[in-house]
Design a protein around this ligand. Structure first.
Ligand code: HPA
Length: 283
């Protein structure tokens, strides 16, 4: 059997973080590709590089700072993951989701996940935001589920429900805040692929056919672990590029394009997130 992480490793990481900050956040944010500057909005922050935290997976791709930023945002304590590690980097599914277990141990009750995603829905443009209503765990269906392995009932049930993975009340709040800010916010289904290759035109046609609106290489494993642990989840995709459905000479998707879109996405996302954080306690 593979090696799996246990309560011992999660507790070692949590204890280390507790030794480095006085804050007691109940809300955590994970920032996707190119969205690291969002963490600059956190005031009076304690910054902890992932490399110093026992067992934490370290991202090695550009656009992922790899630091925990714990501080104040909109009058509350928040824990922000400035970048995340991905499965395609070589980490196991359990390893990339270890930070979510650690958050839970630290008392985090609500997880806000963000990502940069490719737009599959023909209405989407780069720079748009999409509220995640549901996901398709394509790689999980093929066996890559972060909950594979022994189940510790102290962490969550063996067979967790996923019928409302993205909290309906938080989604409704996000829509209300977006409307008030006059900020367009699409709603749709996110599909997770392993990467690191971008999709072929045939992949894209398939993904559209099965009901996905945006595609990326993250988020779903983290959401599964968060739900397993009983956390509320809100997910927002920043559309960084739109899918290529037919081969066109000279037209490609690149990581640079994904990172560049972050510059447009960050100010939009930060105003939406600030509005959500302000009113979160009422839903
Ligand atoms: N495909 C997969 N993942 C992505 C994309 C994409 O087009 N853009 C950003 N992450």
């Amino acid at each position: 059997m593979d090696d799996f992480f246990t309560m011992k490793e999660f507790a070692e990481a949590a204890d280390f973080i507790r030794s480095r900050t006085q804050y007691t956040p109940t809300v955590a944010l994970i920032l996707g590709s190119g969205l690291s500057p969002l963490a600059d909005a956190v005031a009076d922050a304690d910054v902890i590089p992932y490399g110093e935290i026992p067992h934490f997976p370290i991202p090695h791709v550009e656009g992922h700072a790899g630091r925990l930023v714990v501080g104040r945002l909109e009058d509350r304590d928040v824990l922000v993951m400035q970048g995340r590690a991905h499965y395609y980097e070589g980490y196991s599914m359990q390893h990339i989701t270890l930070p979510v277990r650690v958050m839970r141990m630290l008392g985090v009750e609500t997880l806000i996940v963000t990502n940069a995603a490719g737009g599959l829905d023909p209405r989407f443009h780069p720079g748009d935001l999409m509220l995640i209503t549901d996901h398709i765990n394509l790689i999980g269906m093929a066996g890559l589920n972060p909950l594979r392995g022994p189940n510790d009932p102290a962490l969550g049930p063996r067979f967790p429900d996923m019928s409302q993975a993205y909290d309906p009340a938080l989604r409704a709040l996000a829509l209300r805040v977006a409307e008030r800010l006059d900020l367009p916010l699409w709603e749709g289904v996110y599909i997770c692929l392993a990467g690191p290759t971008f999709e072929t035109p045939a992949d894209i046609r398939f993904l559209r056919l099965i009901g996905a609106n945006a595609v990326g290489m993250s988020t779903v494993p983290e959401v599964i672990v968060a739900r397993h642990g009983g956390m509320r989840v809100l997910g927002i995709s920043g559309i960084s590029n739109v899918a290529i459905t037919e081969p066109v000479e000279g037209k490609v998707v690149s990581h640079e394009e994904v990172l560049q879109a972050g510059q447009v996405l960050v100010p939009r996302l930060i105003s939406l997130l600030r509005g959500i954080l302000r009113e979160m306690d009422s839903v």
